[in-house]
Ligand binder design. Structure first.
Ligand code: UD1
Ligand code: MG
Length: 412
């Protein structure tokens, strides 16, 4: 490992947060700026809570036998040491605490909170009238994510069958689905309007809700199957959360005079992805190569669901899908194995060669991005493989921003 572990994590954090930090300070509307600042402060606390909780959860899961072998280290001394599973429970709980605390703070006027803190906790907090629709959406999001964490943990403990596992997010998305009061129509892309004579706005009704469910099933499972290399599950989550954060802050920074509903949608997404990024970093401190804990399906389902909910309630699912190109590709490329056309082992991982310390694909490589990266770019260490796939993730997010920029005014 040429670059030391703490330095790798510091670089990843700087890469993810530099852009959002820059655009945060470009936001002109003071109320918007301050409410994001409060969300950031709560998220920072969430980072420390997650970092504190991970070892506690790990100790408990290990003592209960909820643990696994690090499969990419077979043949090395210590390869048989059990590694605690389901450590994702820690960031998930820290995240839920964050968004509950943030809701509590949101009852008060953001300016008065900042004044209260900067004056050394003196003065009075002013109550803010929150729209009912906001509260319903926010609490529905909370219930859905909470249900997903529960089902993810149930899966880790009970080892649910693959086909049942696939549809768990459907159940978790129910609170969001029944409470959803937002629009069920979509703005039709301009090229489509011209090509097949569609109106500029299409009411989709129940189809829109079906799309919401499909997105939750896709996001959760696609993160869960781009996995198996130390740091990859949490790493991709951190990058996608930061990309969504950047997207929202770019939009909010140039917002003067925009439609208030659109601003609120961007803010809603910020309130979810900021604590997600922060608590995920708290987990990465332990899950980065060499992993001292495994994240478990508790984490992959929690992270996928939070990203999906941010995409839905933030009205940014198309942008989200651009950021998720590696996951979309991995999902599509995996279908022959997932649907049994090609034999699918329990773990679709590479082989570790203890002599060289490098990973290589099996003789008959599994059909996923992890193996394809090795096939295309050559054998490498586990740490390097994770960094390569995360670099691809960053490149796809940059591509997503590029596509958005290029299609501005043309697409919608
Ligand atoms: C998914 C993948 C599976 C992959 C697994 C690894 C599909 C259909 N399923 O299954 O191919 O092997 O994730 O997460 O694509 N592990 C490591 N190193 C890591 C992370 C995990 O060795 O960095 C191993 C450990 O033994 C750990 C186990 O994977 O106990 C966790 O697997 P789990 O998340 O339960 O697998 P699935 O999500 O079912
Ligand atoms: Mg998994």
């Amino acid at each position: 490992m040429a670059v030391p572990r703490p330095m790798q994590l510091a670089l990843l954090t700087a890469l993810g947060l530099a852009g959002p930090a820059y655009f945060l300070f470009q936001i002109e509307d003071q109320k918007t700026f301050r409410s994001i600042l409060i969300s950031a402060a709560v998220s920072l606390a969430g980072f420390f809570v997650a970092r504190w909780l991970v070892p506690l959860v790990a100790q408990k899961t290990l003592s209960r036998g909820i643990c696994g072998k690090d499969l990419n280290k077979q043949g090395t001394p210590g390869a048989d040491t059990p590694i605690p599973e389901s450590a994702g429970l820690a960031p998930a709980c820290a995240f839920l605490l964050c968004i509950i605390c943030f809701e509590l703070l949101h009852y008060y006027d953001a300016d008065s909170i900042v004044a209260f803190v900067t004056s050394g906790f003196r003065g009075k907090l002013r109550l803010e009238a929150l729209p009912d629709a906001w509260l319903v959406d926010y609490n529905a999001a909370l219930a859905t994510i909470c249900f997903m964490v529960f089902l993810g943990f149930a899966d880790d403990v009970l080892d649910i069958r693959w086909r049942v596992k696939l549809i768990l997010p459907l159940f978790a998305s129910l609170p969001l689905l029944v409470a959803y009061s937002g629009g069920t129509g979509v703005a039709v892309p301009k090229p489509l309007q011209a090509a097949i004579g569609l109106p500029s706005f299409l009411e989709l009704g129940p189809l829109y809700k079906a799309y919401m469910v499909a997105l939750t099933i896709f996001c959760t499972n696609s993160i869960n199957i781009l996995a198996g290399v130390n740091g990859l599950e949490a790493g991709q989550t951190f990058i996608v959360a930061c990309a969504l954060l950047l997207h929202n802050l770019i939009e909010l920074s140039g917002f003067a005079g925009g439609v208030p509903a659109l601003r609120d949608a961007h803010l809603f997404s910020v309130y979810l992805v900021l604590p997600l990024a922060a608590t995920t970093m708290g987990l990465l401190a332990f899950n980065w190569y060499p992993s001292r804990v495994f994240v478990g399906d508790t984490f992959t389902y929690f992270a996928g669901m939070t990203i999906a909910v941010a995409g839905i309630l933030g009205h940014q699912s198309e942008t989200l899908l651009l950021f998720l190109i590696p996951q979309v590709f991995n999902f599509v490329y995996s279908t022959p194995q997932l649907f049994g056309l090609v034999p699918c082992p329990r773990h679709r991982l590479p082989v570790f060669d203890p002599k060289t310390g490098l990973l290589r694909p099996k003789d008959k490589p599994d059909w996923n991005l992890v193996n394809l990266t090795l096939q295309l770019f050559g054998n490498c260490s586990e740490n390097a493989l994770c960094v390569r796939i995360l670099a691809l993730q960053v490149a796809c997010c940059a591509f997503g921003f590029g596509v958005r920029w290029a299609l501005q005014g043309i697409y919608k």
